[in-house]
Design a protein around this ligand. Structure first.
Ligand code: GLC
Length: 725
């Protein structure tokens, strides 16, 4: 290898830096044990305890190529938002943030890029994080059956090899490197509503009130039609004559309000945002700004890669949020996505004088062709940024960095949303105690600043199944606070699907219904009672388990543990668990196996090695096993669990537990052994208990019921309770 390579040993990590001047660099955690390594020409051999890894690292054609042998049964997990199974083999993945409207299985890439993966072979896991926001490709056993080949299309990057052997340890270390997930405000766990787009003002208030007559909602989102001609930081005064009064009224109803903000700055003389940002934008060349197309028509984009732009953006966000009293920000189109094909139509039109009608026909044609966007991950071909030209900033336009150097977009595209979210986060942090940002795009580290949702998924049964897989891929990649458009975004989707989607995601951290303009009404007040009831029950169930989700948010924020995760995270030794992506664990205590097929009354459920209790009927199962389960939403509780729920606690089996509770995340210590339940630490208010699988009655307290599965009401918060056998 070349001389500009640096190796640093960190706690369970080896960091290899190639080249200089990365726009986004991360540190290895300090401490021991750290791996031993040897370098022999292009090969680095690493060892820690009984784990070892060999990497070949070469420079070729202005690329860095990292190769590793792929074991025949080796699992390849993570890699962020990928429309793929948990175990990614025989695929070629692109890392290039991409606006992938209506994606399906194996469509690649999607909106967010995380070049971090976890390899698992013989129950031993090793992580690899290749920090480069440039265009990258991972070929996982596709062109060569026995090789993992990662190409960085740049001459610099950082490579972190993270030792396990547990998946959970690797993820924790990865989060020490890139930053722990932000702590959301508690309201962000509630049911949130949105549509493209709610307006006018009176209608927005009516929507909120109609919802409230059915179900509690915690937040309402304003999509792009609130703006004047899609100009950011403006209002359409006809639709919203008194936005401030509207927001105040929504607040009185207990509803938070979050506006969408796109990165587009309309090119319009006299528009203050354009005038201020002209010099802070991405550049076509030395002198001229990069002009492209976005929602407002001709526009330019802030160059978030430098501090000056970040500071300007922060000041605009602060001003906007403070003036109207918003409770969070929704960042969209921040891959950044631009409508390049519209630009071409405009150019053609100037050249050949096309009529509006012809322009509309071409537009439609490109839209139809574009709906087969991206590439299929299992098709062998050379991929380049030009494959995604229709909706991406051109690879060779320029960013001006803080060090005064100009760098082409293709070398740092993927970090664009990271710096936008950072600037937004810093602005909100200055003015509010609680920060909430929802972002569509991102890069490694985005978890410090924003929640991620999975973009424009189709409202189909396949879309629903795929969503679960993507959410699990995200959560194994450090994105704890993730979610999706409940019901799907594009295409109509029927009520059964919308209801199942609400059930399937009942424990998914970010829980927002959102739909495209022409998609079926998913607003609960406009639904047949049969489906309305199912959705209400799903929301009620979520509300019941909200204290558990809140506990998990703290665990994720402080300890780097994913909130939801695939079964292989908790049952790494279980080979079967790597193939299950239609079930998920909520923390380590609850398994949710939603119904994802139309006209079904139940499903087959896989339960890994443990004792499990069916939450609905109290039947006990011994894993590993496949069982047939008939329930609206199959849920199982794992032996040895204590789950805080609304006003109470559910216990199955014996154990000692630490529970984060209340808004401040106080820690209560709870133990249940030999029929004695004790509480110490910072006491948690527990009014009810449900001890599963045992017929018990508490001594000293009057029990309302002591049937299996029924909450026992206590008359005060307890320190110690003894139960009769
Ligand atoms: C994008 C977003 C979608 C939003 C729409 C209009 O497609 O992904 O959520 O509704 O733009 O702003």
């Amino acid at each position: 290898m070349e001389d500009n390579i640096k190796l640093e040993r960190g706690k369970k990590v080896l960091k290899i830096t190639i080249g200089y001047d990365l726009c986004l660099s991360f540190n290895a955690p300090i401490g021991s044990p750290s791996p031993d390594f040897e370098m022999d020409r292009d090969t680095i051999s690493l060892r820690l305890g009984n784990q070892s890894l060999k990497l070949d690292i070469k420079k070729e054609d202005k690329k860095i190529i990292i190769t590793k042998k792929l074991g025949i049964k080796e699992k390849v997990l993570g890699f962020g938002e990928k429309a793929l199974p948990l175990n990614k083999r025989r695929v070629r993945l692109a890392f290039w943030n991409y606006d992938h409207l209506g994606y399906n299985y194996y469509d690649d890439p999607l909106y967010l890029s995380i070049p971090f993966t976890i390899f698992v072979e013989n129950n031993s896991a090793i992580g690899l994080f290749i920090n480069s926001p440039a265009f990258c490709i991972a070929d996982i056993g596709l062109s060569e059956y026995d090789k993992f080949i990662f190409e960085v299309h740049d001459e610099k990057c950082e490579i972190f090899v993270i030792f396990g052997p547990q998946i959970s340890e690797i993820l924790r270390t990865y989060l020490e490197i890139t930053g722990k997930p932000f702590l959301p405000p508690i309201w962000a766990l509630g049911y949130q509503i949105s549509r493209y787009s709610y307006f006018p003002q009176d209608y927005v208030l009516d929507i909120a009130k109609n919802y409230l007559s059915e179900i509690p909602i915690s937040a309402l989102y304003l999509d792009i039609d609130y703006m004047d001609g899609y100009k950011i930081f403006t209002w359409n005064n006809k639709r919203f004559p008194e936005p401030k009064a509207m927001i105040e009224e929504l607040h009185k109803l207990g509803i938070k309000v979050i506006p969408i903000i796109d990165p587009y700055i309309k090119v319009e003389e006299g528009y203050n945002i354009y005038e201020e940002a002209k010099t802070l934008c991405i550049k076509r060349d030395n002198k001229n700004p990069y002009i492209t197309m976005g929602w407002p028509g001709l526009c330019t984009l802030p160059d978030f890669m430098r501090k000056e732009t970040q500071t300007w953006w922060s000041s605009k966000i602060k001003e906007f949020v403070e003036r109207y009293g918003f409770d969070g920000i929704w960042l969209d189109m921040n891959e950044p996505s631009v409508f390049n094909y519209k630009m071409i139509i405009e150019d053609l039109s100037t050249k050949f004088g096309l009529s509006e009608e012809i322009k509309a026909i071409i537009d439609r044609l490109v839209y139809i062709l574009g709906s087969k966007r991206g590439v299929k991950a299992n098709v062998l071909r050379n991929i380049s940024p030009n494959d995604f030209f229709d909706l991406s900033v051109e690879p060779n336009v320029f960013h001006l960095l803080d060090n005064g150097k100009m760098t082409e977009h293709k070398y740092l595209r993927n970090a664009y949303p990271y710096f936008q979210a950072k600037a937004t986060y810093e602005a909100l942090k200055e003015i509010r105690k609680d920060v909430f940002i929802l972002s569509r795009s991102g890069y490694a580290g985005i978890q410090k600043y924003a929640a991620i949702w999975t973009g424009d998924v189709p409202s189909t049964w396949e879309g629903l199944k795929l969503t679960l897989a993507i959410l699990l891929n995200l959560s194994l990649s450090g994105i704890s606070f993730c979610g999706c458009d409940l019901g799907g975004f594009v295409e109509r989707g029927d009520y059964e699907l919308i209801a199942r989607w609400h059930q399937a995601c009942a424990f998914v951290p970010f829980y927002r219904v959102h739909k495209d303009k022409g998609a079926t009404e998913a607003e609960i007040y406009n639904m047949p009672s049969k489906y309305k009831k199912k959705i209400k029950e799903a929301i009620d169930l979520r509300m019941k388990f909200l204290p558990y989700l809140w506990h998990l948010c703290w665990k994720s924020h402080l300890e780097g543990e994913p909130i939801i995760r695939p079964l292989c995270y908790d049952f790494q030794e279980d080979e079967e668990s790597y193939y299950i992506e239609d079930e998920y664990m909520v923390g380590s205590s609850l398994l949710c196996a939603p119904i994802l097929e139309p006209n079904s009354k139940g499903r087959e459920v896989y339960l890994p090695r443990s004792k499990w209790i069916d939450f609905w009927n109290g039947e006990i199962q011994e894993g590993p096993t496949y069982i047939e389960c008939v329930a609206e939403l199959p849920i199982f509780i794992r032996y040895g669990s204590a789950i805080p729920v609304k006003d109470g606690i559910i216990i199955f089996g014996e154990g000692d537990w630490r529970i984060y509770h209340d808004e401040k995340g106080k820690v209560a210590e709870i133990s249940y052994k030999n029929n004695v339940l004790k509480q110490y630490g910072e006491p948690m208010e527990i009014r009810n208990i449900m001890i599963l699988a045992q017929k018990i009655s508490p001594r000293g307290f009057k029990a309302n019921y002591n049937r299996l599965g029924t909450m026992i009401e206590l008359d005060k918060t307890f320190k110690e309770i003894e139960f009769d056998k």
